[in-house]
Design a protein around this ligand. Sequence first.
Ligand code: UD1
Ligand code: CA
Length: 464
Amino acid sequence: MKLMAIVLAAGQGKRMKSKLYKVLHPVVGKPMVGHVVDTLQDIEVDQTLVIVGYGAEAVQAYLGERVAYALQKEQLGTGHAVLQAKEALGAEEGLTIVICGDTPLISAATLKSMIELHRQSGASATILTAKLDDPHGYGRIIRGEDGRVTRIVEQKDCNAEEAAVQEINTGTYIFNNRKLFHALASVTNQNVQNEYYLTDVIGILTAASDVVQGYCMANSAESIGVNDRVALAEAERLFKERINRQHMLNGVTIIDPSNTYIESGVTIGLDTVLLPGTILRGSTAIGDNCTIGPQSEIIDSTIHDEVTIKQSILQDAFVDDGASVGPFAYLRPGANIGKNVKIGDFVEIKNATLGEGTKVSHLSYVGDAMVGSNVNIGCGAITVNYDGFNKSLTEIGDDAFVGSNVNLIAPVKIGKGAYVVAGSTITHAVDDGDLAIARERQSNKPGYADKIKARMKAKKNSKQ
Ligand code: UD1
Ligand code: CA
């Protein structure tokens, strides 16, 4: 039987108090509606239709062509939103999941169980419910004496008895598609909010003797609907816990999970240890046996095995096996760090390749450079890659030694095994095996320090 899905994503999300449309607010780095659509993709829905309205262009630009869209011009309620799918789906035979774009934690496993139960029972609709200690704000599931669901009452329409019910509507349902659209035709806006509630479909179905059942999710943490920033932070926390737990079960040591932030697209290998304050974002991939942190942020970067990264920031960087980075290093886009390279404290690398075993141990900037293997770049040495107009390349051959506080004025090439004396400002190529010194020759004046001090003192006294 055909399985369809309708995602409700047209609301403004007034309670977010934001210029960003609600369903585009990210949770663990991914817009909420992205989580929902990914989950539907995981359970292999045949056709997904997203209802857009507020911020339609932005939502469509984000989701692209992997789903179809229907426009809800005016936001008259969730029932009215689903009605906008009538043209595309109304005539179809099959099952339709309706899910909100602001419930990012609902998992594929939960949806699968709900569908399974629905298929077995032959009900007209199954509601995904949750039992909450504090159900405030959600629609309540009202069951009859026989335990069957009879209707859903919105928070604002609840009397005291209904408000005390702890079983809530998660906003996710599976319907017999034809019955859904048939019942929707009878929904009115006679309620406190003057909206066309999708939830009224349930009462309409049961009044027509259709069977509606509730499927209560096992883990109520999945139920959260994000209406404001308080719920957004809660969703972030719950999702973070889920992701961290999964990595731990997969063999990653996380010393302080409450203080470790891993976005959903990140992969981490076996026996890697994450120290407190580690933030792993985007498409970052980390290998086996690494130690990351404390206090490090890694964005869209690839780290191979046995790497150590301390108190550092990496973005669009690559770090090969056995390298160590930090403390306090900054690897910017195009940093390509070879095997067993050492990047030490206060070192910045941008658009530069460093060969195996090279060391940049302290206080350096290496930008727009090709550096060979086993090169030593001394403390404070920098590539001068920018003249205010153009960026130029520095090339350093294998086994070269660049002394402390050297300026390499690019474009410039240092040959293999060459030796650049500390304090030099290099403007011309240095050939393989040559030594370059480019600094003022030192001259000493014997006893002059004492003389000059005596003269200064005399000057000071004569002024007083
Ligand atoms: C809704 C449910 C409530 C449930 C809760 C679960 C209704 C009437 N209420 O309430 O029973 O407990 O979700 O989180 O359905 N939307 C549209 N068009 C509209 C209005 C809303 O597309 O005209 C979309 C919103 O973008 C949002 C979703 O529908 O993604 C839910 O709307 P929202 O206003 O957040 O409903 P709740 O008050 O949370
Ligand atoms: Ca909501």
